[in-house]
Ligand binder design. Sequence first.
Ligand SMILES: [Zn+2]
Length: 580
Amino acid sequence: MVLILKRNLPAIHLGDPDAANKIPSPPGTSIESETLVNMLRFRLTAAVLAVAPFFVQTVAAHAQDGDKVDLAALTQIKNEALQHSQVMENLFYISEVYGPRVNNSRNHRAAAEWAMQQMKTWGLQNVHLEKWGPFGDGWQIKKYYGALESPAYAALIGFPLAWTPGTNGPVTAEAVLAPLHSEADFAQYKGKLKGKIVLIFDPRELSLHTEADAHRLTDEEVEARTKTPDPSHLGFGGGGRPGAAAPRPGEYTPMTLSTAAPTGRVLRNQVNAFLKDEGVAVALTPGYNGDGGTIFASYGGSQDPKDPVGPPMAAITPEQYNRICRLLQHGITPRLTFDIDTEYQKDDLMGFNVVGEIPGTTKADEVVMLGGHFDSWQGGTGATDNGTGSAVAMEAVRVLASLHKPMARTVRVALWGGEEEGLYGSLAYVQQHFAPRDTMKKTPEYDKLDVYFNDDSGSGKFRAVSALGNSELAAIFQSWIAPIKDLGLETVVGLTAGPTAQPGGTDSTSFSWIGLDGIGFMQDPLEYGSRTHHSNMDLFDRVQKGDVMQGAFVEAWFAYNAATRADQLPRIETPAPTAK
Ligand SMILES: [Zn+2]
């Protein structure tokens, strides 16, 4: 009977005074049947009371399964986020006015001032820059010109690599192909590269694009990602799979020279010291991905003032890079011109995060956080990485602030710095505010941090939310998702997941690494991997308006639920200290 009760009756929640009266009368009943109904009702109540303990348990279990959400608030949040959205306006300033935002650069600092001003305009409190570090130099491009002069003229599409110097005016010189696969290759080029424009990698194989660059996950694909096919290889809670990211020691490729992994820095320092010693005029790479005018590239030098500064370096489109290689392979020596100017910011080497909040009411010392990294690479304007994540987080708090709805817990937005170089800003924040990973010595704030929501996978709409392997969390998120499925957020992933062995990939892992709920969303990939992620096409027009509007709405809704529910969210396991 309970089952029947359970199936046919509207959801009844513990403490709902009206529970007993919510017994619908069968449709089209007569007077006699009225008596019958009353008799049934009487028996039923008796039956309910008889199995009350079991019933309470079931209802309790049911309540544990999810929250009763505030649908009136949902409507308000939805209206503000979807009818009065300012997310694209935020993104316009973050990317088109202040982009790119290489960490600690002049642009990054100016963007932070703008963001703080906006937050204050929206009524956020305690808006400030939170310093960490030292990080090192800031850096940005001031000028880039590249051209093939002979045997025929062509403008070379490209951009300077991060933390490399300028050419001090235009430089015209012969091109040389000198692929460096490892330190062992230095010897064969010693004394042959002075004043040359050097192509330091092999030409890249390019393939025909037979598939669309952009992709939206099908429902089947979303469903497939909720599965845990091989429990012996549990998806990590997020972050870097142990040992996965590190490049093979000593191998030089466009990718290994761009990676933020520590060994990437070692390789860059080796190459830069060699090329500098050889007096190379400019070094060129074809980027580690992309074609058709799109170039994926980032690092060239180092933000650390102690590291060797190499020659000017630029990434150009692989089609044009391969052309220069073919000319050389045909015994034709092309002449190239580059005029590059870059700016190092050395006034303040400290990194910073931008922080602001909507103070809570009854539980103001408990904090719900949301955010994304604010820094970007230099090729485009950092629109989808991570202008969208920053604009979405800012828009979510604007929406909540504009509603003036009391929320028990404080809602805090954070725009992290130094993410591209190694999650530096969020790692510094969690270890300063909550617990250093090695000792896991918790601060008083540790137990007050409820949850952190992150967005850092491009422009795509949110299709699923991660539960970090916590079933209670999964059930609660399911109940938040239920009334908004029409907008494309359909399910929970990471129902089964292991701990975050090491932070990596994005800032939510800084939280889950120390045992806090750092929550990420599975987004439609769109053209993040194929067009914009760390490329010169990371630009405003690649952002899909409807997708980021949905993202901002979802973050506002999730933050609202977390900030107003009676209890803090269930927490993932606290890791053991690593310090011996
Ligand atoms: Zn990113």
